[in-house]
Write a protein that binds this ligand. Sequence first.
Ligand code: 6GU
Length: 256
Amino acid sequence: MRVDVVTIFPDYLAALDLSLVGKARRSGLLDLRVHDLRDWTTDRHRTVDDTPFGGGAGMVMRPDVWGRALDDLLPAAPDGGHADREPAHVEPAHLVVPTPSGEVFTQRHAEALATESHVVVACGRYEGIDARVAEHARAAGHRVSELSIGDYVLNGGEVAALVMIEAFGRLLPGVVGNPHSLVEESHGSAGLLEYPVYTKPPLWEGHEVPEVLLSGHHARIERWRRDQALARTAARRPDMVAELDVDGLDKADLAV
Ligand code: 6GU
């Protein structure tokens, strides 16, 4: 998979050299390139922003600078946005724009992005990127996702880009060593939060590991873990309980 990130702070993305995503880059599973938006400026001051039309506080990122960057990084769309034209044989890219006014990024977005062959992430700063940039990319036939990582405000899209790239990067085949690790985790297909986990020693600072986990009784352990997951989800994420598929619940679930 190829990922291009465009930012005025390339150093923010240095964390992507570390851990599993870093390893995926070194092994060639992930071809991730970070670009400085200012490389596409043309003036002496390398200006990327200007004052907002209509007034108001803050600065807006200029469409001309972003347009040149995306012209270089997004391949010509398959049909230039015209479905009646003969498609060229280029793999289309998906443009991701992190923004607090986007749709909320979830595991479903991560799963979808992990299947792409090319993602371009456009990190805005200040009050955001001139809205015509996303409009122009869509008109050219590209898929564009404006995504927020939650209901709070960051200073720019860089940290959100790190979050999203780690979330989809770890889903690429071969990135997480044991694929079973991906099966049971929170926000996976069960729609429940993960149960609490314990390791050695069995007694630590007066706190014991729940006895059932030491019992070796596989069915009782499974039942206990499911009860814990249900109780935790009900306490912490009532919104997720409301979304549960009732047909997927058994009698013991309903007793929790
Ligand atoms: Cl994607 N960007 C910024 N600037 N703030 C955010 C965000 C993104 N998601 C949540 N807050």
